[in-house]
Design a protein around this ligand. Structure first.
Ligand code: UT7
Length: 321
């Protein structure tokens, strides 16, 4: 039986850091409010010449280097991003050109927002399990600073920019054990960004991401609890079998509630939220990369990944690392 194994990870964060204290100077907010309500202390902000593509390339090259494989060995590129380089071609096609590996399928998942990475991981995993490809590059890359309204303190303080990449490879021994994807379009108004492409004049509210934070908070805690039960049951595992939670980094209070649901202490949760804010589709691979690089996550550990966001869309991956 074939599985997908994570053989390399990489991350990229823009150099510029925006702290809560910097935000205090430009909007009616406070470090104390942001830390208490979200757990965020700072976030990285892309420079004018940085894009989802340039950051994805940095993260991809870092993952290739840790996996010690050549770009020519990649059989598929998927980039999860709500902030793509262009409407088309896909950011993945542009990255493929930069890596000089024409031929393999390359595409973006553009509209799955914060759940985009688990969706992308799941798709790549299906192709590897089928035996259609041997290696896949799965990336989350986001320039959230370009779609948040910097006049809206309820969203501007939450998000950050960055990219994370994972290289999956075909193996005979267990790697990704299962993935579970869901969506519920009845919650379409909880988090969205209009497409103003065809509108000659757009209102400010149509140019930027809109979020009902309170509603999203309640929905996420509820659906993620059910998602963990579903994921564990599908693998005949108990909570005690999970070594690490690698969550989407939206709010420390949501993450703490999720750790509690899995009976995991917080030192078994990969957290980057305090330093990076919410980087949407990039948050899970960035958290994974950090915990692997500093050797907290070790080979053989069982990892629960979860993501949720606009759609509503949500999903999990259970991984034997
Ligand atoms: O990745 C996508 C997924 N996103 C999420 O999952 C977000 C989930 N939601 C959340 O993380 C939280 O709901 C927020 C962090 C967005 C908001 O926290 P909250 O505890 O739900 O606060 P709230 O919206 O109920 O606002 C409480 C108060 C309000 O003032 P009043 O009406 O009580 O006077 C807000 O106007 O805090 C005020 N407020 C702020 N104050 C200072 C809202 N934003 C800010 C701010 N600084 N940045």
């Amino acid at each position: 039986m074939k599985y997908s194994q994570i053989i390399g990870t990489g991350g990229y964060l823009p150099e510029k850091i925006l702290t809560n204290f910097d935000l205090e100077k430009i909007m009616d907010t406070s470090h104390q409010w942001i830390v208490e309500r979200t757990g965020i202390h700072q976030r990285h902000i892309a420079a004018a010449n940085e894009t989802a593509l340039t950051m994805a390339e940095q993260a991809a090259r870092a993952a290739l280097s840790t996996a010690n494989i050549s770009p020519a060995d990649i059989g598929m590129i998927i980039i999860a991003t709500t902030t793509p380089e262009k409407i088309f071609p896909s950011t993945a096609c542009l990255l493929q050109q930069r890596l000089g590996i024409a031929g393999c399928p390359a595409f973006d998942l553009n509209s799955i927002a914060c759940a985009g990475f688990v969706y992308a991981l799941s798709i790549a995993d299906q192709f590897i399990r089928q035996g259609a490809i041997n290696n896949a590059l799965v990336i989350g890359s986001e320039v959230m600073s370009r779609i948040v309204d910097w006049n809206d303190r309820t969203t501007a303080v939450l998000f950050g920019d960055g990219a994370g990449a994972v290289l999956l490879s075909s193996t005979e021994k267990p790697g990704i054990l299962s993935t579970h994807l869901h969506a519920d379009g009845t919650h379409k108004d909880v988090l969205f960004l209009d497409n103003t492409m065809r509108k000659p004049t757009a209102l400010d509210t149509e140019l930027y991401m809109q979020m009902n934070g309170k509603q999203l908070f309640k929905l996420s805690v509820n659906i993620l609890g059910q998602l963990f039960d579903e994921t564990l049951a599908a693998n005949h595992l108990q909570k005690s079998d999970i070594d690490w939670l690698v969550p989407h980094q939206a709010n420390i209070r949501i993450i703490e509630a999720m750790a509690k649901k899995l009976d995991l202490p917080m030192d078994r949760v990969a957290i980057t939220l305090n330093e990076q804010g919410n980087t949407s589709a990039a948050s899970i691979p960035l958290a994974l990369d950090k915990a692997i690089r500093d050797q907290r996550i070790k080979r053989g550990d069982t990892l629960m990944l979860e993501g949720f966001g606009g759609g509503l869309a949500w999903g999990s991956a259970l991984i034997k690392y």
